[in-house]
Design a protein around this ligand. Structure first.
Ligand SMILES: O=CC(=O)O
Length: 337
C-alpha cells in the first residue's frame, strides 16, 4: 500500500474512476458523511496521519463546516494540499493554511460557462420581472393582475464588478444581446482580455450601469462591497445580478433599495446566510431567486471534479497545484523574487 494517503471528504459523483485510479500512488481514505465533531475527532485520533492531500468535495462544507482556524489546527502534520471543489473558497481560511504550509487549490475556469449562463438567465428574468407572470400562470390566472412591461437588454450598459473568467463569459453573452459592457477590477485587464469592454472606476461603474453584475470573490475586503452608500450612487432603476457570493451585498440594504425603487429588480443565486434567505427578498416579486445552482450542470460538475483530481495528482507527482488560489500564488512568486 502506498505510504502516503489522500482523503476525500464528501463524495465524487462523476469522476469516481479517476479518484480510484489514484490508488496506484496513494492510499485512498474517505469521510463520506458525518459531523464536524466526528471529523475533528478522527484528526485528533491520528486516523489521517499519513494524509498529504485532501479532496474537499462540493458538499463537504455541510459535513465539516468551514475550514477555519479551529479545524485547520487539528489537520494532520503530513498534510500539504487541500484541493477544493468550488470556484469560491471563502469557507477555507487561506491565511491559516499558508501559516501551516498547506497549499490550496480551487476550480476556476471549469465553472465559468455554467455560472455565466445562470447570470444571464437571472438578468433577463430580472429585466422582465419574470417571477410575476411565472407565478400567475401556475396559479391559473394567466398573466395575473401584476404582470407589467419589462425592459430589453439591447442598448443597456452592463457593469461587471470583477472581470475574471466568469465576468468575461457574462460579457461574451451580454454582447450578443446588444449590451454595452463596462467593468471594474482592482487592475485593468490586458487589451486582449478586455476586448471592447470599458474599464471604469468603481464609482463610475455604480453611477453609469443599467445592470450591475457581481462576479468577484468574497474575502475580507469585498464583504458588503455593495451597501447603502453604494446603492445611493447608482442610477435609479438599476438591476442587480449576483451569482458570486451573497455577502458581497449587504442584503438588508438591498431590500431597502428594492423597496424604495432605487433598484428596479434583482436576480440572485447566492445569499448572505445560505440556506437561509432574507425574508425581504423572499417576499419581493421583483426578485428572481435561485438556490445557488450556478454550477449545477452535469458537464460542469464533471469538469470541476476532474480539475480537483488533476490538481491532486499534480501536487503529489510534481509538487505543484495547477490552480492554486491566487493569494498563495502571488505570495509564492514574490518570495521567489
Ligand atoms: O459557487 C460555486 C463555486 O464556488 O464553485
Amino acid at each position: 500500500m502506498p505510504a502516503q494517503a489522500a482523503l476525500l471528504i464528501g463524495d465524487i459523483d462523476h469522476a469516481r474512476k479517476a479518484w480510484e485510479d489514484l490508488s496506484s500512488i496513494l492510499t485512498l481514505k474517505e469521510f463520506p458523511n458525518g459531523t464536524r465533531s466526528e471529523f475533528l475527532q478522527n484528526c485528533k485520533d491520528g486516523k489521517y496521519d499519513d494524509v498529504v492531500a485532501i479532496y474537499r468535495s462540493n458538499t463537504s462544507n455541510k459535513i465539516t463546516g468551514n475550514f477555519n482556524e479551529e479545524l485547520i489546527s487539528v489537520l494532520p502534520k503530513s498534510l500539504k494540499y487541500i484541493c477544493h471543489n468550488g470556484a469560491g473558497y471563502d469557507n477555507i481560511d487561506v491565511i491559516a493554511c499558508s501559516e501551516r504550509g498547506i497549499s490550496v487549490s480551487s476550480t476556476p475556469v471549469a465553472v465559468n460557462n455554467a455560472t455565466a449562463d445562470v447570470g444571464i438567465f437571472l438578468m433577463i428574468g430580472a429585466l422582465r420581472q419574470a417571477y410575476i407572470p411565472l407565478t400567475a400562470i401556475r396559479a391559473g390566472t394567466w398573466q395575473g393582475k401584476d404582470t407589467r412591461l419589462g425592459h430589453d437588454p439591447q442598448g443597456k450598459t452592463l457593469g461587471i464588478l470583477g472581470m475574471g473568467g466568469i465576468g468575461r463569459e457574462i460579457a461574451v453573452r451580454a454582447r450578443a444581446f446588444g449590451m454595452k459592457i463596462q467593468y471594474h477590477n482592482r487592475s485593468r485587464l490586458s487589451a486582449e482580455l478586455e476586448g471592447d469592454a470599458k474599464y471604469v472606476s468603481f464609482d463610475d461603474l455604480l453611477a453609469s450601469s443599467d445592470v450591475l453584475s457581481l462576479n468577484l470573490s468574497l474575502n475580507a475586503s469585498t464583504r458588503h462591497i455593495i451597501g447603502e452608500r453604494e446603492f445611493k450612487k447608482m442610477k435609479d432603476g438599476i438591476v442587480i445580478v449576483n451569482t458570486a457570493r451573497g455577502a458581497l451585498i449587504d442584503e438588508k440594504a438591498l431590500v431597502d433599495a428594492l423597496e424604495s425603487g432605487k433598484v428596479r429588480s434583482a436576480g440572485l443565486d447566492v445569499y448572505e446566510n445560505e440556506p437561509e434567505v432574507e425574508p425581504g427578498l423572499l417576499k419581493n416579486p421583483r426578485v428572481m431567486l435561485l438556490p445557488h445552482i450556478g454550477t449545477m450542470t452535469f458537464e460542469t460538475q464533471k469538469d470541476m471534479e476532474i480539475l480537483v483530481l488533476d490538481n491532486l495528482r499534480s501536487a503529489v507527482e510534481k509538487g505543484e497545484l495547477l490552480t492554486q488560489v491566487p493569494e498563495q500564488k502571488k505570495a509564492k512568486n514574490s518570495s521567489n523574487l
